[in-house]
Design a protein around this ligand. Structure first.
Ligand code: HEC
Length: 196
């Protein structure tokens, strides 16, 4: 009798442990699934919002210039470095480098940021809040200097929180690339220190 009771108690205990175990891992895998669905949505948004157009350096391909996906979203290449500001010819407003990652205009010279999760040169230390705030306010890292053209934050700021979170989630999952992008050159610096 006692033995049967003991076995029954052990059985219940084992069942409880099993349920907690399964429950825990079920919640864990649900979170993982939600996270990967979020990242998949972010990947889709990156494709249709054109981030690769400016944040991935272009190279010459079989059918003409195309983003070099081996350097996906790593920003203006440090090998190319700082470029001289140029005055656009009569009738034109701004100029782009062949990599489509550096732009010269009335705002000075802007270089596209490294959006990969590289710790020192990319978005490594950026939190989700910083990312959302940068896109919503048009301020560098969400707090400092204005983010210059042609970064289309005035359009992207209309994205939903969920979409911006999805973009951030995806950008955390991509291949980190160490690429130190030059600092933005304001017009005064761009014109006095560089030939024009
Ligand atoms: C038309 C070109 C263009 C497109 C398209 C573009 N960007 Fe940018 N982006 C820029 C430029 C140029 C800068 C640098 C501006 C500066 O330094 O003032 C920049 C900077 C950034 C920054 C850094 C902001 C900061 O705080 O310094 C982030 C983050 C960013 N872009 C994210 C994105 C994402 C995500 C997408 C796609 C949804 C995207 N960009 C599409 C041109 C572009």
């Amino acid at each position: 009798m006692k033995k049967t009771l003991a076995i029954a108690v052990m059985g219940v205990a084992a069942a409880v442990v099993t349920v907690i175990g399964f429950g825990g891992s079920a919640i864990g895998s649900m979170r993982e699934r939600q996270q990967s669905e979020k990242a998949a949505r972010g990947a889709y948004l990156v494709k249709i919002m054109g981030c690769n157009d400016c944040h991935t350096p272009w190279k010459m391909g079989a059918n003409g210039p195309e983003p070099d996906m081996t350097r996906m979203l790593s920003g203006h290449p440090e090998q190319v470095g700082r470029l001289k500001a140029v005055r656009a010819p009569e009738g034109w407003e701004w100029s782009a480098a062949p990599t489509n990652t550096a732009f010269s205009g009335a705002w000075g010279v802007s270089y596209t940021a490294n959006l990969t999760p590289d710790q020192n040169t990319g978005l490594g230390i950026w939190t989700e809040d910083m990312f959302i705030s940068a896109i919503r306010t048009g301020r560098h890292m969400g707090v400092s200097r204005p983010i210059n053209p042609p970064m289309p934050w005035p359009m992207y700021r209309n994205a939903t929180d969920d979409d911006l979170k999805a973009l951030y989630a995806y950008l955390r999952t991509i291949q980190p690339v160490t690429n130190h992008v030059p600092d933005y050159q304001p017009p005064a610096e761009a014109t006095t220190s560089e030939a024009r």
